[in-house]
Design a protein around this ligand. Structure first.
Ligand code: OSB
Ligand code: MG
Length: 378
């Protein structure tokens, strides 16, 4: 495949309701969408094929060190020039993008978006769906929902009730210090044995072990990322003090870090987010490692549009994804999406079988929500 140009589209999508985590409240998502214009030769015939990637960096560097403007800068100044130079030596493929970009340290979300766009182009050219590429055989995956921190407990109970009425199969509550034991207790008492887990987004320290131990009373599936991203050893110490299984999100940025986390006992479960680990291919490697090690994984989300959401649903069809993922419909975040919406039905999201990773953004939607557009030619 030859990369002829990449168009970086920035869009601002309003959220249907504010989303609050321990690191802040979002009312809209600034999304960076990559349009890769490529030339692919299939059976000796050259064709122009467009592939799309979604960068899951957020506007501010609060979930991780990446952020939209930084991701755009590293793409334009460092990643794209490396791909353009590499393809003068030999053809590019999604499977070799990782190697070409490896000399640039960090920036997994920016790298992931580029790999995704090339993989999408490759699969569209071949007429292959991402699910078929992965060897996924299931036709749908169970759908869990991540519930932001609410103003008060009655509001939280109303929001959870609404998601359960819609059919979501698992509830994840965002927590932070002071908004942890009581909201979790209230949801457990009101909704009985609903599958329930919590996500702290790194808001605690080991000194908070006493509070976190109180969550053991609520029979949670897991507690996600209680401590800071770098605190692998501290997570191991904490896990030894909790009955609730510890799951890592922010800490796991590669298959190597996943192996470290499992070996240290820092986590028994891993939340796999393709953007955080540098792409869908590294995500699959983490899945394979965990499956071989007997550690459960599930697919996380980053408020993706229908494009990234569909790709996540396909990934979550791999057999090691034994826990319900944050694969709610994209309509749970966006009243109007860039793509036709990904929908939850009967508690599941369908695995897409059309060519590529997901439906491409509609030009009219890009126009409507666009706040910036930059063309970078080879
Ligand atoms: O920690 O899983 C997280 C969204 C943004 C940043 C971090 C997280 C989340 C979510 C959203 O929980 C899950 C989703 O996209 O459905
Ligand atoms: Mg998380």
């Amino acid at each position: 495949l030859t990369l002829d140009a990449v168009v970086l589209h920035q869009v601002r999508l309003p959220l249907v309701s504010p989303f609050t985590t321990s690191f802040g409240t979002e009312t809209e998502r600034l999304a960076l969408m990559l349009e890769a214009r490529t030339t692919v030769s299939v059976g000796g015939v050259s064709r122009e094929v467009t592939g799309w990637g979604e960068c899951v960096a957020q506007e501010e560097p609060t979930y991780s060190s990446e952020y939209v403007a930084g991701a755009q800068a590293v793409l334009v100044d460092h990643l794209l020039p490396r791909l353009f130079a590499a393809q003068r030596e030999r053809p590019l493929s999604a499977e070799t993008v990782g190697e070409v970009l490896a000399p640039v340290v960090g920036h997994p979300m920016a790298k992931a978006a580029l790999e995704m766009a090339l993989l999408d182009a490759q699969l569209c050219a071949a007429g292959t769906s991402f699910a078929d590429y992965l060897g996924v055989t299931v036709d749908r995956v169970p759908s869990g929902v991540s519930v932001g921190i609410q103003d008060d407990v009655p509001t939280l109970l109303g929001v959870v009730q609404d998601y359960l009425d819609q059919g979501y199969r698992r509830i994840k509550l965002k927590i932070k210090p002071g908004r942890d034991v009581e909201p979790t207790r209230a949801v457990r008492e009101r909704f009985g044995d609903v599958p329930l887990q919590v996500d702290a987004n790194a808001a605690y320290t080991l000194a908070d072990a006493g509070v976190l131990r109180r969550l053991d009373a609520f029979d949670l599936l897991l507690i996600e990322q209680p401590l800071a991203e770098d605190d692998l050893r501290q997570h191991a110490l904490l896990a030894a003090q909790l009955q609730t299984p510890v799951c890592l999100d922010e800490s796991v940025v590669s298959v190597a870090r996943a192996a470290d986390a499992l070996a240290l006992g820092a986590a028994s479960i891993i939340n796999i987010k393709p953007g955080r680990v540098g792409g869908y291919l590294e995500a699959r490697r983490i899945h394979d490692l965990c499956r071989a090690s007997g550690a459960a994984v599930w697919c996380g989300g980053m408020l993706e549009t229908g494009l990234g959401r569909a790709a996540n649903a396909a990934l979550a069809g791999l057999p090691g994804f034994t826990l319900t993922g944050d694969i709610s419909g994209s309509d749970r975040f966006y009243a109007v999406d860039l793509t036709p919406p990904v929908v939850m039905e009967d508690g599941c999201v369908a695995v897409r079988r059309e060519p590529g990773l997901g439906d491409h953004p509609e030009p009219a939607r890009l126009e409507e929500f666009g706040v910036g557009r930059l063309v970078v030619e080879a």
